[in-house]
Design a protein around this ligand. Structure first.
Ligand SMILES: [Zn+2]
Length: 288
């Protein structure tokens, strides 16, 4: 693979070298800060093209039927709300990439006053019409508000920002001094990621364009005035339908795929499957 300089780091503008090519896209490592990113020309239109309605409903790398995941996502949000009680009482929060509002419901269950921002209009409308939540349609980079929140949450979102510096600056500005930023993301340094190498499912440009380890994310955020408070591994649950969508997508090109697909069909859609989230992490960061 080429090691020539082809791109500049979206965090520190240092030159980056190509680590490998995935889906025809150069995956680059910054020579200075180590940030791994997809060398793509990104613009605000990125979110429209990647997170159209198909992302949530057409299966593949997205969600077979995101709405069917509602109860699991609500419970996931509530677990984070419970976790946060160790660090801060409930207050006001902005959920970035709020989708249909299910994670917000979990936080609301935990006593938080919730708002959201979501690029997909269909999902945002669901959160507004079904739950009465205030969800702005758009990206965080373009989100405008004079409100200062006690918490900004980004659950599986940071890999997708088209302007990551603008996004972290915005998060800092939207938080009260002493407010918290909660991030859940995929860990590039985890053993599944290292074992699978270029075949790791999260190397999926153009949907995902940034990859982190907990350590590097904490270092990046320090430049935006955030100090890491805690980190850990989320406990996740999937229902059978989503698991089948994910696994079916991964084995589609493998030998014996049809046999495995047939076996998968035997998994009931409503079965709750504990998800081994070895390659996920969460971090809590406090605005100084
Ligand atoms: Zn860099």
């Amino acid at each position: 693979m080429s090691s020539s300089v082809t791109a500049t780091c979206p965090f520190c503008d240092s030159p980056a070298a190509v680590a490998f090519v995935k889906e025809g896209c150069d995956i680059c490592d910054c020579s200075a800060c180590g940030h791994r990113f997809a060398a793509l020309e990104l613009s605000p239109r990125h979110v429209d093209t990647v997170y159209g309605d198909d992302y949530f409903t057409a299966g593949g790398a997205g969600y077979e039927d995101y709405l069917a995941e509602g109860d699991l996502l609500r419970a996931h949000g509530k677990r984070y709300a419970d976790l946060l009680t160790k660090y801060t009482p409930p207050g006001t929060m902005l959920d970035v990439g709020a989708a249909a509002g299910f994670i917000m419901r979990g936080f609301a269950d935990g006593g938080w006053t919730v708002s959201g921002v979501e690029p997909n209009a269909m999902m945002a409308h669901h959160a507004q019409s079904q739950f009465g939540f205030d969800v702005a349609v758009g990206s965080l980079e373009q989100y405008q508000s004079d409100t200062q929140f006690d918490l900004v949450s980004m659950i599986q979102v940071v890999g997708h920002f088209y302007d990551i510096r603008a996004a972290f600056e915005k998060a800092s500005r939207l938080l009260c001094p002493g407010g918290f930023l909660l991030i859940e993301s995929w860990d590039q340094g985890s053993w599944p990621a290292r074992l699978l190498g270029e075949g790791w499912h999260e190397y999926s440009p153009p949907s995902v364009v940034h990859w982190f380890t907990p350590e590097r994310l904490a270092n990046h955020l320090a430049a935006f005035g955030f100090q890491e408070v805690a980190r850990g591994k989320p406990k996740k649950r999937l229902n059978g339908a989503h698991a089948k969508s994910l696994v079916g997508h991964k084995i589609a090109d493998m030998p014996l795929s049809s046999v495995m697909q047939a076996g998968l069909k035997l998994v009931p859609d409503n079965l709750i499957i504990p998800y081994p989230a070895f390659d996920l992490f969460w971090g809590l960061y406090q605005r100084q």
